[in-house]
Design a protein around this ligand. Structure first.
Ligand code: ATP
Length: 607
């Protein structure tokens, strides 16, 4: 009974019921006590309901005031305070305050501040034109003694002014109390055109060593000023907060020859996916999707398991211990029929398609990083640790949620091989990552390096090469010649002669391939022991060959001409060759010769 009474006392404390009620029940029988208990419970509910209403009211007040500040702050950050004043209003106010006629020469100069003239060498800069007019009329000598606080106060008054009269009062105050030079700068503040010749980057650097980082993450000048007041106190935990957009780490462009040195050991090579960068935020059963530019795509992909084109399929892919997390990756389009990723353009339509057809293309999220989990920011941890953790907490689901694979490499050769494969497979490119690197927000540094075939084209021109042989494809394409040997014309020979130079396996459309295979009888099986005199191969041999007069000239794009060892008939070949088109206007006689290739190697263009 005493225990029950004690519990009731606690209830009383919470509900404010009179103490006598409970003390009088103490020591009585259980029935009376139960009655009191029930009465008190009712009371508690009544009070609790009241209390909840109060809380709700308070919450709404807080929300609306924080909305107000965040709106203001946003404007401040993006555009500065709104004085609703352009040059024309300011001209009008100064004309009145200075008592100069609008039609007078001075008045006209202020109104037509943009107009160049011999007396108006500062035309185009309203603040300087105003200075010229204010200076001879001002009675303030030297700098004023007015504090920044007072300037801010006056600017606040201007911001809040509801009539021209109120605004004019502030302008008059400025004229009466500030030197012409000070007014020039105040005008610039009002017009939000400081013309300092200095970017925010420089200001951030002087203000605090972490100012730029923090601003990049939160986009709030107010927060930067509030949180970073002492330059000697560093920001320890990088700002990452759930359900707020984060500016992702980006990839840098670096010459391929420098990558191995920059990585200084093992590095990871990932496919560069062609989709849209998205961060998924999860808190319990709620999800949010943000793009790289902070666009909120939650409505499209779904805020919970019942909504959107992705969340219903992935909500059960997280370990049950994951209460909250932020994952980074690329949203791509998945084609269930081909079991493959489709090109970028199809993404939005796939996301919008709400039909339940299982064969329809649909959004699929490919994860490559994790930034936050259960209240812990993970970005300072090395990439390899983050990946390991990611694999522990996320279960893949084909066609909906995939964790991106990587290859580990340490040499230039391994890197080139992976890029070559990527090109053969028509991937967009690759991203090289340092496995021991932290995740740096909104930064491009040497820890993530992007390589795309087109970045590597140091050859200014394409090469027009005769196709001399081919290899059959694999899988669906095993009945077709799918990659092609190209040769260089040996101009020193009196007979037609071609020297194997490179192999191209990418850049064709399906139509191209069908066209090249149309006359199957032209492709003759190649026998290394009976190589025709007009042909010469190196170690790499074709399955089939084609006579020069039956063949075609392919326009080929490549990164550079490199030494080939003994793979081909000449000691050079192309790095990352890609087919561009058929040169209908050329034949074997006008295809590129060995000498022309050597000239191109030297000068970078086709002579
Ligand atoms: P680009 O036009 O080459 O994609 P970008 O300026 O949009 O360049 P970058 O920082 O240069 O972006 O390249 C990184 C982008 O590549 C990321 O924003 C992401 O969308 C995409 N991406 C694709 N695959 C990966 C990957 N494996 N790791 C990181 N980013 C990837």
């Amino acid at each position: 009974l005493n225990k029950k009474a004690q519990q009731l006392e606690e209830v009383i404390l919470m509900t404010g019921v009179r103490v006598e009620e409970i003390t009088s029940s103490r020591g009585t029988d259980l029935e009376t006590l139960e009655t009191t208990h029930n009465k008190l419970k009712q009371n508690q509910e009544k009070y609790a309901a009241k209390f909840l209403i109060e809380i709700e009211k308070l919450k709404r007040e807080v929300e609306s005031s924080s909305k107000k500040t965040s709106e203001n702050v946003e404007q401040l950050d993006k555009e500065g305070a709104h004085y609703r004043m352009k040059e024309a209003n300011l001209a009008k106010m100064y004309i009145d305050v200075l008592g100069i006629g609008r039609k007078s020469e001075t008045g006209q100069r202020l109104v037509n501040w943009k107009m160049p003239g011999k007396n108006n060498i500062v035309a185009g800069d309203f603040a300087s034109v105003a200075y010229d007019i204010i200076a001879p009329r001002s009675t303030v000598i030297g700098s004023s003694k007015i504090t920044i606080n007072e300037v801010n106060h006056q600017l606040d008054l201007l911001n809040a002014a509801s009539s021209g009269k109120e605004s004019q009062k502030v302008i008059r105050y400025f004229f009466d109390n500030f030197s012409p030079d000070e007014q020039k700068w105040i005008i610039r503040i009002i017009l939000k055109e400081l013309k300092l010749g200095m970017s925010e980057k420089s200001v951030f650097q002087v203000y605090h060593p972490d100012a730029e980082d923090l601003f990049n993450v939160c986009s709030s000048l107010k927060k930067v000023c509030d949180d970073l007041q002492d330059p000697s106190v560093r920001l320890t935990v990088k700002e990452i907060s759930l359900f707020n957009p984060i500016k992702p780490m980006l990839a840098k462009l670096v010459p391929i020859q420098e990558i191995v040195k920059l990585m200084g050991g093992n590095f990871w090579i990932e496919q560069k996916l062609d989709g849209e960068r998205i961060h998924i935020h999860k808190r319990d059963r709620e999800y949010k999707y943000f793009s790289r530019r902070a666009t909120d795509y939650t409505e499209l992909y779904g805020s919970n398991r019942y909504e959107g084109s992705l969340t219903p399929f992935i909500y059960d892919c997280f370990d049950s211990r994951v209460k909250s997390c932020i994952i980074d990756g690329e949203m791509v389009t998945w084609d269930p029929i081909y079991q493959a990723v489709l090109p970028f353009g199809s993404l939005k339509t796939a996301g919008l398609d709400r039909s339940t057809d299982e064969n329809k293309a649909r959004p699929c999220f490919v994860i490559f990083d994790i930034l936050y989990c259960n209240g812990k920011v993970l970005i300072e941890k090395p990439l390899s640790e983050r990946q390991m953790f990611l694999r522990k907490i996320v279960k893949e689901k084909e066609g909906h949620l995939i964790i991106l694979e990587h290859k580990t490499a340490s040499t230039q050769k391994e890197l080139v091989d992976v890029i070559e494969t990527a090109i053969q497979e028509r991937q967009e490119g690759v991203i090289v990552k340092n496995p021991s690197s932290a995740y740096t927000l909104n930064t491009r540094n040497n820890d993530w390096i992007k390589i795309k075939p087109e970045y590597m084209d140091s050859l200014g021109d394409s090469l027009d090469l005769l196709v001399i042989g081919g290899l059959y494809g694999i899988g669906k394409r095993r009945d077709m010649v799918g990659s092609f040997f190209c040769g260089l014309r040996d101009a020193s020979s009196s007979e037609p002669k071609f020297l194997a130079f490179c192999r191209i396996g990418t850049g064709f459309t399906m139509e191209n391939l069908k066209e090249f295979n149309k006359n199957a009888q032209d492709w003759k099986p190649f026998d290394a022991n009976k190589c025709p005199s007009w042909l010469s191969f190196g170690k790499d041999k074709p399955d089939v060959i084609i006579a020069p007069n039956k063949s075609f000239v392919a326009q080929v794009k490549a990164a550079e001409i490199i030494p080939a060892g003994d793979s081909f008939a000449v000691p050079y070949t192309l790095r990352f060759p890609r087919f561009e088109k058929v040169r209908e206007d050329k034949d074997w006689k006008s295809a590129m010769s060995f000498q022309e290739m050597m000239d191109m190697k030297k000068y970078g263009t086709q002579s």
